[in-house]
Design a protein around this ligand. Sequence first.
Ligand code: GUN
Length: 286
Amino acid sequence: MTAALLDGKTLAAQLRLQLRQQIETQMAQGQAPPGLAVIIVGEDPASQIYVRHKRTACTEIGILSTVHILPTATPESELLTLLDQLNENQQIHGILVQLPLPAHINTQTVLERIHPHKDVDGFHPYNVGRLVLRMPLLRSCTPKGIMTLLQKNNIPLTGQDAVIIGQSNIVGRPMALELLAARCTITVCHSRTRDLSAKVRQADILVVAIGQAEFVHGDWLKPGAVVIDVGMNRLPDGRLVGDVHGASAIEKASWITPVPGGVGPMTIASLLENTVQAAYSNHSPS
Ligand code: GUN
């Protein structure tokens, strides 16, 4: 079997077009454009690249984005004050604090300071809790993008065995909740999991988000598995590879996300969707 590609790049472009039209319609009716505030603390080069991609996508579809670049030594209190101001600002509908933050800043304190209705990353405990209860409001972008990719490609989910490798707050945990809500049976694996390859062999749907280049080999896969590779790893020779060994996995899987061009563009498309949702749904903060 040779896997078909789950093409996130093309689907994300279609979603951006729809969102642009939605924004144009709203503005023709006298609404303001959606506003996204992005905060970046420090000079992490990867974060700067991610933020640039996010802002380019915003501009393309008509979201007004502002970026706040703060020095690494910024005290936590100063960041919290900025969040209070952005929470109050009527032109700002979404707030995103790029992670990771410098070690002296408590990430959870910062994420909880964002108004839940402006939390376009879906990281606030309020939004995570709503997902737990199957009442999602603003959903974490990478898992949401993956669900859209699966659903738009008509991949059956109900009753499937889904295995997630990685238990992070950003991907693994919300991914498990998304797939559970879609009525999959879930296994979440992490660094203490025993006999990982045996768990992977059970998977009808496999999501890998561990940040280790080509960690999962095609030999591990159940024939016909759907493989979602969240990894983006730069090899010493300059190549960009996922957490899955693509060449061997493609021989065994039925569907696989390419790296790049799979999950990455869908994450950004979900951020845009969340920002439009935050701007135009009735739950805007009072
Ligand atoms: N750092 C890595 N991924 C993400 C993400 O999805 N959102 C934010 N804010 N920071 C990140």
